[in-house]
Ligand binder design. Structure first.
Ligand SMILES: NC(=O)c1ccc[n+]([C@@H]2O[C@H](COP(=O)([O-])OP(=O)(O)OC[C@H]3O[C@@H](n4cnc5c(N)ncnc54)[C@H](O)[C@@H]3O)[C@@H](O)[C@H]2O)c1
Ligand SMILES: N[C@H](CO)Cc1c[nH]c[nH+]1
Ligand SMILES: [Zn+2]
Length: 436
């Protein structure tokens, strides 16, 4: 079922040889464009119709009433509540440490630049919920936004017919636990458009964050600029770099764990060991068949986006996983910590046999909203920084400006923008000497 890709003996950029094409969001842009346009033009009316079409639910209104959040929390299973509470506390402890203090640099006597970290004003947080419920994604979105000090935050998640057209009750309960009371029952590309353009019931947001399927990720790429976005956190990916010290049962379990998210999920093993490759194939066959979502897992593992990649040695493997830039990268080698320290491109790195991705999904304290599709080469996962902007505040006195005047004048002249120099000269003349 899972294919082998033999990169042994090949040099050069491995990107073209790696499996990924199936999850390229650019192929879906034309499909989400009319959806987003419809929301821009017709607002709530379009949201209601699109929800009926894609989610099979006729919404009486797009906003979830406050009473539904309270009753979801009241009915929440105590074990799930305790687990969510633990997840919230661990995530909060990590994200609280990410907060940056403002810094003031005295560039010259009388001249300072302060970097002031200002939270985004209003954010829309996407919580997936088409095939499954993702209350853990409520935690991963809301905690960093709260720690950053975002004043206005709204959550949206697809409605589910079996819950009377509301998002999954555990998702609603997680919102209630975190004190979020603005929640919408809208999913997919139309939800991203709702935050980008606003609609009658939902005020437009400055930024939308959160994971989702290919439609959600495509809408984020399409509307970037109309609205700020975080990473393109699309269909899940796991890459495992392993040698023959790795336990094949652990490797296979982790590949299956992420394949159960989506038929487009990518599970990739990179190894120099043909022996491990063979054992993992056997484990996969057994596990994939025994798992609850076996059809989805089988489709994901046999898809063009998944594979077992054979490499010459672990150095070659490191080059390959860096080129692939997976959302999640597990390192299961004899020297796992050293190898992990050398990784440059991954959404998150999981080191050694006891740090599986599914720990990070729920309860490591790290964030699970991570870049996919190779975007880990330039974009980080969700964090407090995602919701903050560093604003430079410049304050020079007359003497400091006078000292800088000749440099401004010279650069302004070099760029043929003399009015720039004149704006300084109007205050202090063109000279170098200090204050009046
Ligand atoms: N990268 C990350 O950080 C991360 C984290 C968690 C989950 N995920 C991913 O989130 C996704 C969850 O997917 P999901 O589908 O369960 O929920 P989802 O909420 O992402 O998507 C469901 C929505 O998709 C829309 N949709 C369905 N079929 C459509 C079609 N043919 N055309 C247009 N729109 C359509 C519907 O409106 C529906 O509400 C998975 O791909 C999973 O791997 C990613
Ligand atoms: N693995 C997902 C990130 O791609 C996150 C998640 C949520 N729930 C379970 N897993
Ligand atoms: Zn997961």
């Amino acid at each position: 079922m899972i294919s082998r890709i033999d990169l042994r003996g090949s040099s050069g950029d491995p990107r073209a040889l790696l499996p990924r094409a199936a999850t390229d969001v650019s192929a879906s842009l034309d499909k989400v464009r009319p959806i987003c346009e419809d929301v821009r033009e017709r607002g709530t009316e379009a949201l209601v119709e699109l929800t009926e079409r894609f989610d099979g639910v006729r919404l009486p209104g797009i906003r979830v009433p406050r009473a539904e959040l309270d009753s979801a929390l009241e009915s929440l299973d105590p074990g799930v509540r305790a687990a969510l509470q633990e997840s919230i506390e661990r995530a909060r402890s990590v994200h609280a440490d990410q907060r940056r203090a403002d810094t003031t640099t005295r560039v010259v006597p009388g001249g300072t630049v302060t970097e002031r970290w200002v939270p985004v004003g209003r954010v829309g947080l996407y919580v997936p919920g088409g095939r499954a419920a993702y209350p853990s994604s409520v935690v991963m979105n809301v905690v960093p936004a709260q720690e950053a000090g975002v004043a206005s935050l709204a959550v949206t998640s697809p409605p589910q017919a079996e819950f009377g057209g509301l998002p999954h009750p555990t998702t609603l309960a997680a919102c209630a636990m975190l004190g979020v009371d603005e929640v919408y029952a809208v999913g997919g590309a139309q939800a991203v458009a709702m935050f980008a353009y606003g609609s009658g019931e939902c005020r437009r947001a400055d930024m939308v964050t959160g994971p989702g399927n290919i439609w959600v990720a495509s809408a984020k790429r399409l509307l970037k600029g109309v609205i700020g976005i975080d990473a393109e956190a699309g269909p899940t990916e796991i890459a495992v770099l392993a040698d023959d010290t790795a336990d094949p049962a652990y490797v296979a379990a982790d590949l299956v764990s992420q394949a159960e998210h989506d038929v487009l999920a990518a599970s990739v093993l990179v190894t120099p060991s043909t022996e491990l490759a063979g054992k993992v194939e056997a484990e996969l066959a057994a596990r994939a068949d025994a798992t609850r979502h076996r059809d989805r897992v089988a489709e994901a593992l046999s898809g063009r986006q998944s594979g077992i990649v054979l490499v010459d040695d672990l150095d070659h493997g490191l080059t390959v996983v860096d080129a692939y830039a997976a959302e999640h990268l597990e390192i299961m080698t004899a020297d796992a910590a050293d190898r992990a320290a050398a990784v440059r491109n991954a959404g998150a790195v999981f080191v050694g046999p006891y740090s599986p991705v599914s720990l990070g999904d729920y309860c490591a304290g790290s964030n699970h909203v991570l870049p996919t599709g190779g975007s880990a080469v330039h974009t980080a996962g969700l964090s407090v920084q995602t919701f903050l902007r560093g604003v430079h505040v410049v304050e020079y006195d007359r003497g400091a400006l006078a000292a800088a005047a000749p440099h401004v004048a010279a650069l302004a002249e070099a760029e043929d923008l003399p009015a720039h120099g004149e704006a300084v000269a109007a205050r202090v003349g063109g000279g170098e000497e200090g204050s009046r």
